[in-house]
Design a protein around this ligand. Sequence first.
Ligand code: GTP
Ligand code: MG
Ligand code: ZN
Length: 363
Amino acid sequence: MPIDFEFLTDLGWDPHFSIQLASDEPGQPGRVISTAKRLFQVLVGPDQVLRAEVSGRFAHVAASASDFPSVGDWVMVEALDTSRGIIHRLLDRKTLLVRKVAGAELKEQVLAANVDTAFIVSSLNQDFNLRRIERYLTLILLSGARPVVLLTKADLCADPEPMVAEVQTLAQELVALPVSSRTGQGLDAVRAYLNPGSTSVLLGSSGVGKSTLINALFGAEVAKTGEIRDDDDKGRHTTTARHLLRSPTGALMIDTPGMRELQVWDDGQGIEAVFQDIESLALQCKFTDCLHNSEPGCRVREALASGTLTPDRLENYRKLQRETEAQRRKTDKVAAAAEKKKWKKISVEIHDHIKRKKRGENF
Ligand SMILES: Nc1nc2c(ncn2[C@@H]2O[C@H](COP(=O)(O)OP(=O)(O)OP(=O)(O)O)[C@@H](O)[C@H]2O)c(=O)[nH]1
Ligand SMILES: [Mg+2]
Ligand SMILES: [Zn+2]
């Protein structure tokens, strides 16, 4: 089957991916639009979706969850017939959104791949929570995607401005847009991020209106929506899986199920990026190992006293640090095992390379 590059470009294909193509490999490029356990729906042509599994060899060398395809990924897939396929390779990603899986288990979970804009969706009702937005921001800054905060249900809020201003304190140049799917307020400002071929994802708690927003932007009922609870404004987990959808104007958008908890999967860099203010204050404390409790010459406590730093923000910083500390300690133990697997993968790749070289191909 000849590769339809025009169609792939409409789906977000660009030189980052084309330079990864090898001339002798089986299959064709396709984009993962949804996943269920180990079954992947891969879009390869207009209205042509392959239900695919990864090859035995792919599974054999995959060392962790993030080595498997996720929504938004580009893969090399071989069609077995018109509806089924085998995935041979995962193409290197441009961006990757990862969190720690919910619960006590220390594993990473890929939320979406190759996303240009990650919308943090939060509603302007009792569920509004600045600390939660800060968590999402940490994860997104680590991914390489651009974060934009959408404050939904603006029709239920007399004055969204104080909340918009609060969100903007979280990071320099962070855009926060009040929107309403009901009145259409702010939708054009959101559309400005939705260029044809661009990919975005909606992240946020259940019930904040992610699916409703997609329907409003698309002008069609493409995603299922559900009522929220009266007592606390929380949602009922209407969306149950992640899906990549294509808007009538050619933008790719990923709808996701509301997250119950969000723990960051971070080696410290995401936290550093979001809490630059605290990190740079800490560098100026009198003692290099200052814990910012009652030590003399503590710049962090000074900032608290003067009000330039809020206790909530410091507490969230500490919480996130504790979480990632625990992850680091435990992952050190499994790192040795993963390292072994990584070398197995590299040796398979080197073996392939030598084989191709022997056949006289030069790459
Ligand atoms: N007043 C008002 N209600 C809205 C708006 N957007 C969504 N809702 C309502 O909020 C409820 C939840 O909307 P959903 O779109 O299902 O929320 P979700 O974020 O997709 O939730 P999950 O799929 O569970 O993660 C529905 O009853 C919507 O009608 C809005 O702009 N204004
Ligand atoms: Mg939904
Ligand atoms: Zn200090």
